[in-house]
Design a protein around this ligand. Structure first.
Ligand SMILES: Cc1cc2nc3c(=O)[nH]c(=O)nc-3n(C[C@H](O)[C@H](O)[C@H](O)COP(=O)(O)OP(=O)(O)OC[C@H]3O[C@@H](n4cnc5c(N)ncnc54)[C@H](O)[C@@H]3O)c2cc1C
Length: 210
């Protein structure tokens, strides 16, 4: 491992991976991304239908145990959290949901400058490459591959067809060619293909050292 880095990013969650990738894209800076869990090269991480295995595997899941909830007759509601490169994005449900534009506009109207639909749209576009092609709403150049869920069921089609119910539509997923696209794989592979690094980015998994 190199001894000195310009930036050290602790935790390879969605945010950590993107921050490390963006810093590395600047070219000259050296970046160390540290992760307590193992690398994300495992068939169950790449295979969307294997989600159930990930959620029951202590190798990839912290299995947080919250305090007993008095309102739930003292039961503890187990909380899944990723413990692997990409963190929760490596064990999550792969749904790509932006929310309702009205919610963002309302948030801005309550005094949160920059959080309107128009304010956040460039960042949504900047994160993704949409399988249907880029347009004013969808992005076309960035790491996360997004597509519309191809399988429509009787329950999803009538109520969720665009235009049938405001703010509700068929959902988007991040499983190009049938594989999970987690933040680590997407952000890091984009960085690798973007230019100067390899020397700029080091990713270290430290399983068993927490
Ligand atoms: C089972 C499951 C299913 C999900 N399904 C979906 C879905 O379908 N669609 C969707 O959009 N989202 C989904 N999510 C949520 C999504 O995966 C997360 O919101 C996202 O990955 C969070 O990214 P993050 O970087 O904010 O946090 P994380 O990925 O949790 O990473 C946080 C990082 O911060 C580190 N950290 C935390 N506390 C400290 C500290 N005190 N000091 C130092 N480091 C610290 C952690 O170790 C970790 O590396 C799901 C999540 C789970 C668990």
């Amino acid at each position: 491992m190199r001894r000195k880095y310009d930036h050290v990013v602790i935790g390879s969650g969605s945010a950590g991976c993107v921050i490390a990738a963006r810093l590395a894209e600047e070219g000259s800076a050296t970046v160390l991304l540290l992760e307590a869990g193992p690398p994300d090269r495992h068939i169950h991480i790449r295979m969307p239908a294997a989600l159930g295995f990930l959620l029951t595997n202590r190798r990839f899941n912290w299995f947080y145990e919250p305090e007993p909830e008095p309102q739930l007759d003292g039961r503890r509601v187990s909380e899944a959290r990723g413990r692997v490169l990409g963190r929760s994005s490596s064990i999550d449900g792969m749904n790509w949901v932006r929310g309702n534009p009205w919610d963002n506009d309302n948030r801005a109207a309550l005094g949160n400058a920059g959080w309107s639909h128009a304010g956040v749209l460039p960042y949504f576009r900047k994160a993704e490459t949409f399988a249907g092609g880029a347009n004013a709403c969808r992005g076309g150049e960035r790491p996360m591959p997004v597509e519309t869920c191809g399988r429509q069921t009787r329950s999803s089609t009538p109520s969720c067809a665009p235009g049938r119910r405001p703010g509700c539509r068929l959902w988007r997923i991040t499983t190009p060619i049938g594989r999970r696209a987690c933040t680590s794989a997407s952000a890091m592979s984009a960085t690798a293909s973007a230019g100067p690094p390899p020397r700029a980015t080091s990713v270290h998994s430290l399983p068993g050292r927490t």
